[in-house]
Structure formats: C-alpha cells, structure tokens
Design a protein around this ligand. Sequence first.
Ligand code: CO8
Length: 257
Amino acid sequence: MASKPLKTETRGRVAILTLNRPEALNALNSELMNEVCDAVAKYSADEKIGAIVITGSEKAFAAGADIKEMQDQTYMDVFMSDFFARWNEVAYARKPTVAAVAGYALGGGCELAMMCDFIIAADNAKFGQPEITLGVIPGMGGSQRLTRAVGKAKAMDLCLTGRMMDAEEAERSGLVSRVVPADELLETAIGAAEKIANFSLPAVMMAKESVNRSFEVPLDEGLRFERRLFHSLFATEDQKEGMTAFVEKRKAGFKHR
Ligand code: CO8
C-alpha cells in the first residue's frame, strides 16, 4: 500500500503536518492539497490546538506543484476546476501557521511556505520560482506574496530567471524569519509554535489578522483596524490576567488557549 502523502501528529497544542511524497520531492498534487487543506481546517477548528507547523523532509519542503499531474492538462481543465485554488485555505487559516523549510522550496513549494505566517529555514534550504523554465508563471502567489516579502528587484530576478536563492539570501531578503542548522529545524519550529500556542488565542489570532490586514488596506485604515482590535482585547479575561501577572511578577496563565 502506498504511504500517505501527508503525515499528521500533535505535540501538546501544536499540530505538525509533514508532506510525505519522498519519491517526488514532495511535489504538490491534488491529493496532497486536499489532505493539507483538510488537516489545516481540522486543526484550526480543534480547541486543543493553538498553532500548526507545516514541514517536509530534509531534502525537500516541496519541489513545486506536481509537473506530471499538470503536464497534459488543458486550459479548460485548469480553468473549469479552478486548479489549485483550494491552497488559499492555508493562507486564510485563522490559527497561526509556521513553515519549517529544509531543502527545496520551489514553485508551489515556495508559495505554500509563503502562505504560512512565517518561515523558519534550515541552512540547506533553497527557495525559487522556476515556473518560467517550464513555460509558465507562478500560480499560487509567487508573483504576489514573494514581491511583498522581498521587493520588486529580487522577485523579478527569481521569477524571470528561475534561479534559486539559498537560506542566507532568503533571510537577508526578508523571506524567512530565521535560519537554523538543518538538524535543529523541526525542534525550533515546534518550539516557536508551542510558544505561540500558549499565549491567549484571541490575541494571537487578532495579531495575525492585523499583520495580514497591512497588506490589504491603506496605512490609516490599517492603524484604525489594529487599534479597534487592541481595544476589543480589553473585553477578554486574558488581558486582565496578562497585565496582572506582569504586575505581580508571575507567569501569566491564559485561559483562552
Ligand atoms: N513535480 C513532479 N515530480 C517532481 C517534481 C515536481 N515539481 N520535482 C521533482 N520531481 C520528481 C522527479 O521527476 C524525480 O522523479 P523520478 O525519479 O520518477 O524521475 C524525483 O522527484 C527526484 O527528482 P530529481 O531526480 O530531479 O532530483 P534532483 O535532486 O536531481 O533535482 C530538483 C532536484 C532541482 C528540485 C529537480 O527535481 C527539479 O528541478 N524539480 C522541479 C522544480 C520545479 O520546476 N518546480 C516548479 C513546478 S511548477 C509549479 O510549482 C507551479 C505552481 C503553481 C500552480 C498553481 C496553479 C494555479
């Protein structure tokens, strides 16, 4: 029996989704998309889970959308099925998501990582949007999220030449939040997720929503949105607990986790 293309496990309040198609360097096919999106929906709705880590193998986070699945598709096929639109569900997850990237994160793999709230990279990670070498362009956000993350010059360079950038360049460019040795990647990502998962969940979700909002609206609207969310958190017990714990010089015990 073929092994499952996605492995899922939980550690405390963290769900870990591991892309598992080693024979294809975790190329993203429709089955894997559905499994990842189902898992993200399931764990987002699970009150015992406070954060989700998405990872791959040491050789590849994901080497792109599955070229063999796409090869013979026609315009009508991809248009009528709105091919791969479902991946957006990862970007719209309300619970925080962390991408732990080792090895190749190319094409759809880079785009999936960018749908997560932030990326922690192993020192062997390689990012790129090589679609141009296949006669197409990025289709899951590569020309949009990458440009917002690294700016026009670098995004154009990557999308037009199809070259890869290593972890050091990715961190320098603002695509990844941290680079760690490959053998520490998963523990670092789970540690970050665990930390997030133990804060007040409404505050975490609002922080995520507010940062994401900055990409959608003018500054003044974004500032107003942030301020209103900030005000609303004073309706939570966790605001009282967090501030009282600080004043009493003890660790906060958040209730809404
Ligand atoms: N799709 C399918 N199979 C793949 C893919 C892929 N993206 N990448 C690797 N594989 C397979 C190979 O075919 C090979 O299988 P087999 O042994 O059966 O031939 C196996 O994985 C191992 O790969 P290699 O032998 O090539 O391994 P190397 O270590 O020599 O090379 C590379 C690694 C450099 C990563 C190389 O595999 C490569 O270039 N892969 C393709 C990278 C790429 O072009 N990715 C972009 C794909 S297009 C895309 O992602 C578009 C997304 C947007 C879609 C949204 C639509 C709306």
